[in-house]
Design a protein around this ligand. Structure first.
Ligand code: AHR
Length: 498
């Protein structure tokens, strides 16, 4: 019997809702088809946004949405995406499939999507191929209330009032697709560009995010901070980090999303757990510059990356989503909670039809993926307080190099006054008997939701409910204890009233 300890009286930090954030890029069928179908579409929509998709996303309480990329951000010129649609410039999306981008989804449409979702906005500016003036004018267009050339243009385009922009990224992957820069050079450019990301409304400050490292590139983190870190003068609020989970660790042959075996399972989970090492090691460098932890670590791209589904455009990054993805999601969301002292936002890549999507679409049809269900089960952590908690684990796996703990967990005191515990069981074979011990508390009631299934199980358009969360009955409470059996290959949410 493994012991799970939760202390409802010891709070360890605030869980920003943004830890469960999302990312949508002009890539494949994420924006077009997946979210935006246009007002004249046969697919039911509100101002061009698919109603079914928006509804599914509202159910998981999407807290923040990053846009327009990704690599696309550094070749996006925002003025191409405003004004009358039939007059908007068409361009080639060189990064993603070489398709024609007609710019029918632009600034106004993105802000309308955020309005419909009720989420915060995270816009990623173009530092790679855009000018300082262009970035500066975008911020003016978006947020300036008074009389100015860009505010007047926005009004002429039908939006009288400025929008609130919550987060602004200054370049994306500037070490790679965003300009192939060295960290010192990027750091200097960042200093310059961010100067003109003006905070026009002191009551609505913009949180500025510098481009951080690719996975384990600690040199990048160190040099960018050495160049940029401002000791409080407002140059930067956050530094990003990108890390994708590839089953093989090989970009040339990543592996299939659905055709995999038990070894691939543990390799994938082992590789996703590397996220904790990354948080700790990049975090230690950030601590050297910012011991008070004012600077947020913004993990604005994470998730699984497999070979594309056979027969689909390789540039569209469309992949299926199985119970393996559910475990990856549950493990990472637990990790982000545990490290909420430094991690302030995380954005899964990507929201619809691309990489580890929460929703897949095909014509009129839509399915919620296992990953969607995990976000749904974890949503009560949003805005909660992380609680002190731990679980006893054993090492499992099939290869010494890719061993993993059998369990992960995190616990929070939710805004609803309940204790929320989320657990993942990484074992393909063994259920786990768990005795939950709630320190100095008496458990009044407990209820749960579980997502379980075979490792390759997934939802299809013909069988959209094959993997779905269900009520968890296998739980008993007495005194300060809660006993339950966590099925193999599962994710669990317990809501405990103490
Ligand atoms: O999410 C897909 C791509 O991955 C993004 O455009 C880029 O930032 C990253 O390399």
């Amino acid at each position: 019997m493994a012991k799970l300890y939760v202390n409802p009286n010891v709070k360890k930090g605030h869980l920003n809702p943004e830890l469960q954030g999302h990312f949508s890029e002009h890539l494949g069928r994420c924006i077009y088809e997946g979210i935006y179908v246009g007002e004249d579409s046969d697919i039911p929509n509100e101002n061009g946004m698919r109603r079914d998709v928006v509804e599914a996303l509202k159910e998981i309480r999407v807290p923040v949405l990053r846009w327009p990329g990704g690599c696309f951000a550094d070749e996006y010129h925002w003025k191409d995406g405003i004004g009358e649609k039939d007059k908007r410039k068409k361009m080639i999306n060189t990064h993603w499939g070489g398709v024609v981008e007609d710019n029918s989804f632009g600034t106004h449409e993105f802000m309308e999507l955020c309005r419909q979702l009720g989420c915060k906005s995270y816009i990623n500016g173009n530092l790679g191929s855009g000018t300082v003036q262009e970035m500066s004018e975008w911020v003016e267009y978006l947020t300036f209330k008074g009389v100015s050339p860009m505010a007047d243009l926005r009004k002429a385009n039908g939006h009288e009032e400025p929008w609130k922009i919550d987060y602004f990224g200054v370049g994306n992957e500037s070490w790679g697709c965003g300009g192939n820069m060295r960290p010192e050079y990027y750091g200097d450019l960042y200093r310059r560009y961010q100067t003109y990301v003006r905070g026009y409304d002191p009551k609505a400050p913009i949180y500025k995010i510098a481009c951080g490292a690719n996975a384990g590139d600690y040199h990048w983190t160190d040099k960018v901070l050495e160049t940029v870190f401002d000791h409080g003068s407002g140059f930067m609020n956050g530094l990003s980090l990108h890390y994708y989970t590839l089953p093989t660790g090989d970009w040339g042959k990543k592996g299939s999303s659905t055709e995999f075996d038990e070894k691939d399972w543990y390799r994938t989970l082992n590789r996703t757990l590397f996220m904790e090492t990354l948080i700790e090691r990049h975090g230690a460098i950030m601590d050297q510059y910012d011991p008070e932890k004012k600077l947020g670590m913004i993990i604005d791209e994470w998730g699984t990356w497999y070979d594309v589904e056979p027969g689909t455009n390789p540039g569209f990054l469309y992949q299926q989503n199985t119970m393996r993805d559910a475990l990856v999601a549950g493990i990472n969301l637990n990790l982000f909670n545990k490290h909420c002292d430094r991690v302030k936002m995380a954005n899964i890549a990507q929201m619809v039809n691309v990489l580890q999507a929460v929703v897949l679409t095909e014509g009129q049809r839509m399915v919620k993926t296992p990953t969607w269900h995990v976000f749904h089960m974890y949503r009560d952590h949003q805005d909660g307080e992380l609680l002190e908690s731990s679980v006893e684990t054993g090492r499992i796996g099939l290869e010494e190099e890719f061993m993993v703990p059998n369990l992960t967990e995190s616990a929070s005191l939710g805004r609803d006054g309940k204790v929320h515990v989320t657990l993942t069981n990484l074992s393909l074979e063994d259920s786990a008997q768990i005795e939950g011990i709630f320190a100095d508390a008496s458990v009044k009631s407990v209820k749960g939701t579980v997502l379980k299934g075979g490792m390759r199980e997934h939802n299809t358009f013909d069988e959209p409910e094959r993997v779905h969360a269900e009520a968890f009955g296998d739980v008993e409470a007495a005194g300060n204890r809660v006993n339950f059996t966590l099925p193999a290959c599962s994710v669990l949410h317990l809501e405990v009233t103490v």
